[in-house]
Design a protein. Sequence first.
Lengths: 53, 489
Amino acid sequence: MKEIEKRIKPYDANFTTMVPTAFVKAMRTCVLWQIIRFIVINIKMLVVVRKSH
Amino acid sequence: MARVIVMGGGVSGHTAATFAKKWLGKNHEVVVVTPNARWNWIPSNIWVGVGEMTKDDVTFELAPVYHKAGIDYRQAKALGIHPEGGSTHGDKPYIVIEYTGQGKEGQKEELTYDYLINATGPKLNFAATPGLGDANGLGEFTVSVCTADHAEHANHELQKVFEKAKHSKQTVLIGTGHGMCTCQGAAFEYIFNVEHEAKKAGVRDNLDIKWISNESFLGDFGIGGLHMKRGGYAASSRLFAESLFSERGVNWTIGAAVTQVEKGKAHYEQLDGTTGVIDFDFAMLIPPFAGVGLKAIAKDGTDITDQMFAPNGFMKVDANYAAGAYENWKASDWPKTYQSTVADNVFAVGIAFAPPHPISKPMKSPSGRDIFPTPPRTGMPSGIIGKTVAHSICDKILKGKNAHLHEASMAHMGAACVASAGKGLTNGTAAALTVYPVVPDFETYPGLGRDLDYTFGEIGLAGHWIKHILHHMFLYKAKLNPGWTLIPE
């Protein structure tokens, strides 16, 4: 988070964007949480695939 | 015995040909005419472009696969269509091809057909921007990841920059190389994979990574962006795209048309009229697409190319090409059956069909330069359209010429898309997205144009696993291995 904040300069284009917190970033590569998300995303994608065929 | 010819062997053409052969069996003939000897799973080219995969990982020889399927494979490029027949063929329609392989290089041949599928994909129109690549895309000043060969070359050049970055600051520029490009997604994937690899190589601090694109806002992707439910809001893809660019320290220039490329310099013009130059040490800029330049000739020898094809070279089908201004656009403008407007036994699938209009709102700079993304017709929609057209043709052959045509409008079809943001079994990430429908339908879904229950996205390791699994799954399917029909497009 600190590393991301350091790159942001007031009133630059990235000043008005939302940036992830350390927790959100950690969860993106947390294997246990991502196994759950893997199942959820696959189900959501299969629903759209089914709806489109 | 009926003969179905498929011109092109990409995602859409290969899907159409293999399903047509499966459904028609040995009593009818399926011919594939494609200039390429190898099939390419294009979504993985971005990993070839950063050295995480090789060309052999993303391609395979077509000849043995078509031999196994009983498909007549001609390694040749199609030159022209004669939908009314002529020459020595009487009323029988035919195409003219020129071989690019199989020991017959340069030889021309006429092939008659009962049904024709145009799946020729795009011509990579590097010439539209001076200095952008060359006819083969292996440019002196910029690289591309549009083919496996281009991606290998891109990685070769990228590694040189990584090597230099160990000692000095280097600038990497990635994005679109013209005001009317599509495929922002491929450039989006490539920039974050380059950033990820730079970190792994320990050179990220010496790399200034910049994005340039013709999107009027980040996250447009040529589909006018999308909204998804997040934290109790329907949030725009712009928020998530800008967030990722900020998080990874990538600066962006948007609403920009690259107008000229020189050694180490990209000139651009923006929607507000601003012009500028970005200096770079490495640039991967996607070229705009055009039709492959097929000619259409009537029986009396008259050139009817302008009747059969739009000015950009894509084939006109059952779309409403007279919708006019953006305010008049409707989801129903989009084609349903992909049947040619000139000949009812000719169809166009994938990138080869002419869209009725863009999906993103057209915009111009004060100088009159068009700067907006053209609509994508790749990936899942491309495969579904190929299969649907094959279904229609098979029904006409097996049930009679009055058989009902099957429909697959992009305005009634969703798409699942996984955009890699870095490869790695435990540290990779990708944005997994679904969008429904692909073409926004503002009559059915006022305001946002899409169904929020079926449009979502998130970034994480799970997305990377899915992209990697899809890589193996679709190569398995394309090789027609046992159970291939069970894998959806």
